[in-house]
Design a protein around this ligand. Structure first.
Ligand code: ATP
Length: 186
């Protein structure tokens, strides 16, 4: 069975950019897990495809059962990734599940029996990371400051050797080739 791959790294390092390219190159080999949410489906959203839609009671029971790798509450709704959803990607779809999560999520996956492989994507420097977040144009000043604080904690955690591989995303092409080699290793 394909081992899940966990990719983490500071916000703005380039995880989505690199994963988008990986999914485009290998459309049937890799998949994302389906998250649970208590928000209502939007038109066109299918249960089990876009999200696993559930009630707040169901979600809270899952929290109590430690079913989640990570969960959060945004504007009154719960969102989370269950261990089962990750397992389903390999068991039901026969794909390698890729998780893009933060440090807390990494620690949580480590405490499960998912037997994942861990990849850390690092920015060339904090200054360059700040530039990328500013240029992306998606964050307020306050949000950028929070992300840079979190980045420092992520980088310290990576220094403890918690990951199987660390890639510095300086030159995008070089970083992609390294990521590609890591994910294809299995
Ligand atoms: N090697 C690179 N050199 C320069 N810019 C890059 C590089 N890789 C990505 N970027 C740019 O940096 C910005 C952040 O990238 P991206 O959104 O992929 O980060 P992310 O790690 O997925 O962030 P988040 O965790 O917030 O989703 C984007 O504008 C992207 O185009």
């Amino acid at each position: 069975m394909a081992r899940p791959i966990v990719i983490s790294g500071p916000s703005g390092t380039g995880k989505s950019t690199l994963l988008k390219r990986l999914f485009a190159e290998f459309p049937s080999k890799y998949g994302f897990s389906v998250s649970n949410t208590t928000r209502s489906p939007r038109p066109g959203e299918e249960n089990g495809v876009h999200y696993n839609f559930c009630s707040a009671d169901e979600f809270e029971s899952l929290i109590k059962e430690n079913a989640f790798i990570e969960w959060a509450r945004f504007s009154g709704n719960y969102y989370g990734t269950t261990i089962k959803a990750v397992d389903d990607v390999s068991r039901k779809l026969g794909k390698t599940c890729i998780l893009d999560i933060d440090m807390q999520g990494v620690k949580s996956v480590k405490s499960t029996n998912l037997n994942a492989r861990f990849l850390f994507l690092a920015p060339p420097s904090i200054e360059e990371l700040e530039k990328r977040l500013v240029n992306r144009g998606t964050e307020t000043e306050e949000s950028i400051r929070k992300r840079l604080d979190a980045a420092k904690a992520e980088l310290e955690y990576a220094e403890t050797g918690a990951h199987d591989k660390v890639i510095v995303n300086d030159d995008l092409e070089k970083a992609y080739q390294e990521l590609r080699a890591f994910v294809l290793e299995e």
